[in-house]
Unconditional design. Structure first.
Length: 170
């Protein structure tokens, strides 16, 4: 079953970081910098779940509290797509992902997929067949998470909520 409206919890870089990423030569200029993000958790496809799942997820995120954490990328890699990555363990980001999954499970929020991908930013979906390369570090402190629906095939994100880290709902 192909995803049509996958729902994610993501972090978006601030405008100055978006601009730095957009200026990278391997970035796809046809995608707007506002689409750049780090997927923290893949939840489920809104098209295939009961209508009460989205409000339950929003409520669960409203009771989650965690401190901000840093993200920093210093490599461009071509895997299935061109991505910004790092060889650093990103231990604070991984701890955040783990804490968020545990919270969602504890409050019995729907998380059908519930995967926590290695933090990265996709900058060119088709790929470019070039080798991995070092780059000057690009990063920021994640102080907000976003519940985002992706409209597959439309290059569109639909925001369903934002929450500041270090406190409750924003």
């Amino acid at each position: 079953m192909r995803a049509r409206n996958p729902l994610y919890i993501m972090a978006k870089p601030p405008p100055e970081v978006q601009a730095a990423i957009a200026a990278l030569p391997r970035n796809d200029p046809s995608r707007g910098p506002e689409l750049l993000h780090v997927t923290l958790i893949s939840l489920y496809d809104l098209h295939h779940v009961p209508p009460d799942w989205l409000p339950a997820t929003i409520a669960a995120l409203g009771s989650f509290a965690a401190p901000p954490f840093p993200l920093r990328f210093d490599r461009i890699e071509n895997r299935r797509a061109v991505t910004l990555r790092t060889r650093d363990p990103l231990s604070e980001a991984r701890a955040f992902q783990k804490a968020l999954v545990h919270h969602l499970l504890a409050v019995k929020a729907p998380i059908m997929d519930g995967t926590t991908p290695e933090p990265h930013i996709t900058i060119n979906y088709p790929g470019d067949r070039l080798n991995a390369q070092q780059m000057p570090p690009i990063g920021w402190t994640v102080d907000e998470i976003i519940l985002m629906e992706s409209i597959v095939g439309k290059t569109t994100h639909v925001e369903h909520g934002r929450w500041r880290l270090g406190g409750g709902a924003g």
